[in-house]
Design a protein around this ligand. Sequence first.
Ligand SMILES: [Fe+2]
Ligand SMILES: [Fe+2]
Length: 212
Amino acid sequence: MEKSIVDKPDVYKLVEAPHDQDVERIVSKLIHEKLTQKHLEMIDRYDQQTYDHCLRVCMGCIEMGCYLRLAEDELERLARAALLHDVGKCHISHDIIAKPGRYTPEERREMQAHAVESYKILLEDFPTEARIAGAHHWAQKDGYGVPPDEATRFYSDILSVVDKYDALVSKRYYKNEFSEEKTESIIREESTVDPELKERILRRFEELLKKT
Ligand SMILES: [Fe+2]
Ligand SMILES: [Fe+2]
């Protein structure tokens, strides 16, 4: 029988620095929820790189959410949305996701559809998280997906910056890792997230890196 997500040993090992108790507590709670497991296991079966990325983005969002003093229920919603934000990729041909080079315009359109797909997949189980996840690319260059609404914009903006940060500093099928400096300058230049919020998140990333 296939192992459940909670039995996988790699859930926590992705954070190299000793992560704080908030991260551990919330991730542990989320991965024991049946509905969250259902979606996370779909990502895990689909693609390891996407799964690792979702976990790191979730942990990063918890770090940022704590730093921004979100209430516990807000933190959990943000963390759940972050953990599942790319679930829509599971509806895309894996050949496209794993393509090492540039996308054709057609492939790009298909890839970009993942944000709306994430929204659709999560809507029934987690309506608020669906809106946050659906808007996770909205504030990025060539923004696409579901437009954020007033109630969830703050959270989708946090997710947008953390998602972009992880995508840039990590090795992906189509690119090598970018330095932290290059990553920050790209986000400063291209992200349309409120500049003050963006700066706070980037400064927090710098602080966390110094601790490692
Ligand atoms: Fe995405
Ligand atoms: Fe992502």
